[in-house]
Design a protein around this ligand. Structure first.
Ligand SMILES: [Zn+2]
Length: 307
């Protein structure tokens, strides 16, 4: 399978409001997972400057879409896959507080840590992380040397939503070459494969029926070489149902479905960057423990969710 054919440009015209919101009414219980990644301090929509992204995104419009879906769907979960910070003057001026407050207002529940979260060092994170009304998960960072932050970041968490017991764990790409050592003092990078295996084991042992990886490892690009990216996780880690990715700013217009050696399928998706797209993945419990998973992302555009 050519995975790259799934890599879209911006996915314009991908989704219209009617098909994205009109899923309710089916009888089997469904969990609707909403996701963003690499929002990069884009509080406002992209400016009307003639660029290809003009008018897209913006947290106010995203909130309208999220609220609409929450009103229609009984079981929802809102998550982010990292790189919340950096990219506009909001971060330079306010150090991430605006981004975190916006996520609190939208009702984010779980997020993982991206490499740009370290841009103001540990000191910067000490100011922002505690203000989050959501949980942080990162399974392959050991925070025990970053004292005040250690209790705020867990390898994994569990959300019980209707019949769904959802286990979520976080993964981050190599820190070396991405984050200068002085900016992550006390935070130690751990092997992602071992960390993921441990998390999946713990989550399954606790009876989770949906395992989600919030990954800031990236989807492969041509220049990646041998770096571990999301597409190689299923061959190394059993038991992950869904990878909600980030870091490579990839718009995956369809779920990438990879069969695992031990049986079962891992699905991967990613929603580009800048909050231009709100990911929507619907999960239903199928026969004999299988999951039925579909994706239907929403373009955050003036036509969808006007404010
Ligand atoms: Zn990143």
């Amino acid at each position: 399978m050519d995975r790259r054919r799934f890599i879209g440009s911006v996915g314009l015209g991908l989704t219209v409001l009617s098909n994205a919101l009109g899923r309710s009414g089916s009888s089997a219980p469904q969990l609707t997972i909403l996701q963003t990644n690499d929002t990069h301090s884009r509080i406002d929509p992209f400016p009307m400057d003639g660029g290809r992204n003009q008018g897209l995104g913006g947290v106010a419009r995203r909130k309208v879409l999220i609220d609409q879906i929450r009103r229609r769907e009984e079981h929802t979960l809102l998550v982010d896959s990292g790189d919340i910070f950096q990219g506009t003057p909001y971060y330079n001026l306010y150090g991430g507080e605006v981004e975190i407050e916006a996520m609190n207002q939208m009702g984010y529940e779980v997020a993982t840590v991206g490499n740009h979260e370290f841009d103001n060092g540990i000191e910067g994170l000490e100011k922002t992380m505690p203000k989050a009304g959501f949980e942080w998960v990162s399974s392959n960072l050991d925070w025990s040397g970053a004292k005040s932050l250690a209790p705020l970041v867990k390898p994994w968490t569990i959300r019980e939503i209707g019949p769904f017991k959802v286990g979520l764990f976080g993964l981050l790409c190599e820190l070396e070459g991405m984050v200068s050592a002085s900016h992550h003092e006390g935070v130690v990078y751990l092997d992602p494969v071992e960390s993921a295996r441990r998390s999946v084991h713990e989550l399954r042992a606790r009876g989770c029926n949906v395992i989600v990886c919030l990954s800031h490892m990236g989807f492969p690009t041509r220049s990646d070489g041998e770096q571990l990216r999301d597409d190689r996780l299923p061959e190394k880690v059993e038991g992950v149902d869904l990878v909600l990715g980030g870091h490579s700013h990839t718009f995956l217009d369809e779920l990438v479905e990879l069969r695992r050696k031990g049986g079962g399928v891992t699905r991967i998706t990613q929603q580009g960057w800048g909050g231009m797209r709100l990911g929507r993945v619907d999960v239903a419990l199928g026969k004999s423990d299988s999951l039925v998973i579909r994706q239907d992302p929403l373009l955050v555009s003036p036509a969808n969710g006007s404010v």
